[in-house]
Each structure stands twice: as C-alpha cells, then as structure tokens.
Design a protein around this ligand. Structure first.
Ligand code: ADP
Ligand code: MG
Length: 291
C-alpha cells in the first residue's frame, strides 16, 4: 500500500502541471433527504445555462438519485471504468441542457479497497477529461458517513445543505466540524424555508456556531423556498429548473448559481485540477500511503 500510494503521487505530480483551472464542488448535508440531489442537478443545469461546462458526478447513495430525477437511465457507471470494461467517455451521459453526468459514482467511496491498477485506471480516466469542464458538481451522501467525509475533505469547495429543522441544523454543523480543517471554502444553503427570514435565522445559527467554536467563516450562498413544484417535477422525472423555470424554487436556485459564478467569493489561491483532487482523495482514503 505504501509503495502504491507513492508511485501514484509521482504520477500525479507529472500530470498536475498541465491541468487547467477547474472548480470541484461537493454537495453534502448532515441529515439525509434535505434536498442534495435536487439541488445538485438543478444547480448543474443553471451553471451550464450561464455558459459553463459542467460535469455532475452522482455519488449519493440515497434513493432518488441524479438519474431518476433527471430522467436518464444509464447502463454503465464508474465501476465499469474501474474494471476497464468501459472508457470514461462511454459512461459520461448527456444530461438535460447539455450537462454531462457520471452515474453510480458511489464506487469512489471504495477507493481504499481498490488495487493499484484500479486506482491508476480511475486517475487516468479523469485525466482524459480534464480539459472538458469548468465545474464539477459532486452529489454526495450525507456527511455523517466516514467515506463521505473523506470525499468532502478532498474537495476545495463544499456546499452544505440544511433545512430549518433543528435536527438538520445540528447535523449540518457536525459535518462542518468534521471537514473545516481540510476544505478551503464551505458554503451554506438553506432549503425548504417559508421565507427569507427563516433562512437567515437558520444560516445565522450555523455560521455563528462555526465562527465561535471552530473559528471558520462560512459563506452563506442563499436559500430555496418550500415549493410543491419540486416534488411534482420529481414525479415527472424532469429537473424543476427545466420544466418550471418561473417557479419560486427555480428563481431561488438561479440566484445561488449566479452568486457562485459572478460574486467575488474570495476563492482560495489554489490550482484545482483532477490530478490535485485525486491526490487528496488518495491521501484521505489511504492515509498511511507514501509517508
Ligand atoms: N425546496 C423544496 N421544496 C419542497 N420539497 C423539496 C424541496 N427540496 C427537496 N424537496 C423534497 O425533498 C425530498 C428529498 O429531496 P432529495 O433531493 O432527494 O434529497 P437528498 O438528495 O438530500 O436525499 C424529495 O421528495 C424532494 O421532492
Ligand atoms: Mg439524494
């Protein structure tokens, strides 16, 4: 294992130089069922409509996944790439509005169990698409799972979603506490609120606790109103932003997308790339390697 991680890091170093800037943003929550997948799918579509090239990676092991919500039914997923049965280009599906989707990426959580060859396949697979995207949005599981935490710690930017429910707030804070030392930028989104005041209050509780106890500044990205359109669109297996652009939920998430792209968010001076991301994944999932 030691040699394996060392060799991979050397390989990564040689590839890092040629990478272009890329924003890899993981979406997570403390509690399950707070709206991660709906948020990830619709945010990806909005970023694309705002002119960015977007890859959505489905690493949520929840029930209603990216494919169900966006109405695509892929035959292959990341495990076929790891097994070398498929090339990564064969498992990148065309999603709505021209976004690209990698389905079934929960295999990423099994990194520690992969052989050296598998890891290399995976890294080379991402290498092959490194110029194709500006944004990678990763829909993850709830961050209370150890493997999800490893995945989050590997991302430079993490969006934590919560609802105003006290249990969701407590769990969101718990995730932030687990990741704040490794993640450069943590954003908050409050979903399913009745009005902006409720959202501000919720975001305030988490931000204040994070500042007071962890000395970390969270970036409040915005809120999404409680909206029946979301479940209606889910039943129709179409992203709400595509079919119901004038809905309240669509307007709310559009604001969030614009904020992510246009606002001066004081982004860390880092050189995000698939190679850098991969290096962090390896050191988080295989911590003893190379040391
Ligand atoms: N803003 C919202 N208004 C109303 N219902 C919502 C909203 N966001 C999510 N939901 C509902 O919450 C449920 C969970 O959403 P989902 O995106 O699958 O969450 P997660 O990925 O976190 O498990 C779905 O039934 C969805 O319709
Ligand atoms: Mg989900």
């Amino acid at each position: 294992m030691l040699d394996q991680a060392y060799r991979l890091r050397e390989l990564i170093k040689s590839k890092e130089k040629s990478s272009k800037q890329l924003r890899i943003i993981a979406v997570s929550s403390g509690k399950g069922g707070v709206g991660k997948t709906n948020f990830s799918v619709n945010l990806a579509i909005i970023l694309k409509e705002l002119g960015k090239k977007v890859l959505l990676i489905d690493a949520d092991f929840g029930l209603a996944n990216v494919d169900v919500i966006s109405g695509i039914f892929p035959k292959y997923n990341l495990s076929h790439v790891i097994n070398k049965e498929k090339k990564i280009k064969d498992i990148i599906f065309n999603g709505p509005s021209g976004i690209k989707i990698i389905p079934g990426a929960t295999g990423l959580y099994e990194m520690a169990n992969l052989s050296e060859e598998d890891l290399e396949n995976l890294m080379n697979a991402f290498e092959a698409i490194k110029y194709d995207f500006d944004f990678v949005i990763i829909d993850t599981g709830a961050g209370i799972h150890k493997n999800v935490v490893n995945l989050l710690r590997s991302s430079n930017e993490v969006i934590v979603i919560t609802t105003p429910e006290p249990s969701a707030i407590t769990d969101a804070y718990a995730v932030i506490k687990l990741i704040f030392k490794d993640v450069k930028k943590i954003y908050l989104v409050v979903n399913r609120v009745d009005n902006y005041k409720e959202a501000d209050l919720t975001a305030g509780k988490i931000s204040n606790a994070a500042k007071k106890f962890l000395n970390v500044d969270l970036e409040y990205l915005g809120y999404i109103l409680e909206d029946k359109i979301v479940s209606k669109a889910n039943k129709e297996q179409v992203p709400f932003y595509i079919k119901y652009k004038d809905s309240l939920s669509s307007k709310c998430i559009l604001n969030i997308g614009k904020k992510l792209i246009y606002e001066e968010l004081d982004l860390p001076k880092i050189e995000p790339s698939f190679a850098a991301w991969f290096e962090k994944l390896i050191s988080n999932f295989i911590p003893s390697g190379g040391k």
